[in-house]
Design a protein around this ligand. Structure first.
Ligand code: S3P
Length: 441
């Protein structure tokens, strides 16, 4: 697809919008439904490439799925109920969550199964998943760190004890999903991270015990217990919302309401960080649905933005939103500091490095290390040079951050690979054009 050109800021607005459904929940719903007994139904499933890749992988594993615009039905055959044929190749596309969460469901496969993905996913670390799954009893070929790889399961799966100290929900969830196949109790000590997988376990009555400590959780799962099919209405994604929240904060005299968003406290670090920077955001109509917290997010423009020394305990709950937070820091008065962010360079692209590069292109000074960034904010920031955004491994969040920078801060922008947004937020440009009258060529 051709690059997009933007050289106009957005005018002031007062709008109500919905964003696309939560990606983490959509992928998890499909994976859990594939292990349930009977027909599970999801409404408002995210129709993005990452979720469609999940559905394709499950179909290859013999799971019957009906997908229409209105709903998705998955017919599970119980735990380990896949049809393990010879020579199955699963393509996780761009999705780290899919790649890392499908492997634990294959640890009993009698056949070798190949896992592949796109250029970005093929650069990402898989040892963090391979190591614990080997302890359960699965085998990996060839013995290396990245995809493409083959997994072969075992009939002699055993439960494990595992320490997760990155704050990675993917690692924690992979071990929890593998434990479904393990007799006895799997024990996990996990640094705090998004807890959607725990919520699915609880809702599906899969035996789980969670003891919450200050900095970590102790989780125990009792494996080999089948569970019944279930229904799910998927709420809006806070990571997708974050782009429009920041667009509002940085635009003049504007107001926005985003309806029905999942503001699970293990995901809403972006809101807490932006509020510390002086943003005017609040929640209304708060509800609890299947353990997730749902609300309408209300946001207004900010005349004055404060710099921040970002508390590292918020890192995991804002991990996908730092790029867009950096943009707010660029317009803050004073120097902002973000530390212990080495995981940002493990994402779809090296987001810490690339985020800094984009700010530099915009004329913002930064100081970068392997795990931290200092951003020298300027409330009067004007982008003087043309910003060309390319060669970023098609990272959807780099693309969306650049688009929001162009529409809120201004300057001339040429942004390549705009279709990368389809991995997570297919309605992004439609919402910008329809609701915000964005001029994007
Ligand atoms: C996700 C966890 C996070 C996040 C990713 C989605 C999940 O990754 O960055 O976009 O759904 O569990 P890590 O677990 O690697 O931090």
């Amino acid at each position: 697809m051709k690059p997009i050109l933007i050289d106009n800021k957005i005018n002031n607005f007062s709008k109500r919008i919905n964003v696309d459904a939560d990606k983490s929940i959509s992928i998890r719903w499909a994976l859990f439904a594939s292990q349930a007994i009977g027909k599970s139904t999801a409404y408002n499933l995210l129709m993005s490439e990452d979720v469609l890749s999940t559905i394709k992988c499950l179909k290859k594993l013999g799971i019957k799925i009906n997908l229409t615009k209105k709903k998705c039905e998955i017919y599970g055959n119980g735990i380990n109920g896949f049809n393990f044929k010879k020579n199955i190749v699963l393509n996780a596309g761009n999705s780290g969550t899919l790649g890392r969460l499908i492997l634990p469901l294959l640890i009993k496969s009698p056949e070798k199964i190949k896992l592949v993905g796109d250029k970005s996913l093929s650069k990402r670390d898989f040892t963090r998943i391979i190591n614990p799954l080997q302890k359960f009893g699965a085998e990996f070929f060839p013995n290396k760190k990245k995809i493409p790889l083959y997994i072969k399961g075992s009939n002699f799966i055993r439960p494990i004890s595992y320490i997760e100290n990155r704050g990675s929900a993917q690692c924690k969830s992979a071990v929890m999903l593998a434990s479904l196949n393990a007799p006895g109790i799997t024990k996990i000590k996990a640094k705090k991270s998004r807890n959607h997988t725990e919520n699915f376990f609880k809702n599906l009555n899969i035996p789980i015990k969670i003891r919450k400590k200050k900095n970590y959780d102790l989780i125990e799962v009792h494996g080999e217990k089948n569970f019944s099919a279930f229904k799910y209405k998927i709420p809006g994604d806070i990571s997708s919302s974050a782009f429009f929240i920041v667009l509002t904060i940085l635009s003049k005299n504007s107001k926005l309401i985003i309806r029905n968003v999942n503001i699970n406290p293990s995901r809403d670090g972006v809101i807490r960080i932006l509020k510390k920077m002086g943003a005017k955001i609040h929640y209304e109509n708060i509800k609890i649905y299947k353990g997730e917290k749902i609300a309408n997010i209300h946001v207004r423009s900010s005349k004055y933005i404060k710099s921040i020394k970002c508390p590292t305990k918020l890192n995991s709950s804002a991990i996908d939103e730092f790029l867009i937070i950096f943009l707010v820091a660029a317009k803050a008065s004073g120097v902002s500091y973000f530390n212990n962010l080495e995981e940002l360079n493990q994402k779809e692209s090296k987001r810490l490095n690339l985020g800094s590069k984009i700010l530099n292109l915009m004329g913002v000074k930064t100081k970068l290390t392997d795990n931290s960034i200092k951003i020298y904010g300027n409330p009067y920031l004007q982008v003087k040079k043309k910003c060309v955004i390319k060669n970023y491994l098609g990272d959807h969040r780099i693309m969306a951050m650049s688009t929001i920078a162009a529409l809120s801060i201004g300057g001339k922008w040429e942004i390549h690979n705009p279709d990368s947004i389809n991995t997570s937020f297919p309605s992004f440009f439609k919402i910008l054009k329809k609701n915000f009258k964005a001029r994007i060529i």
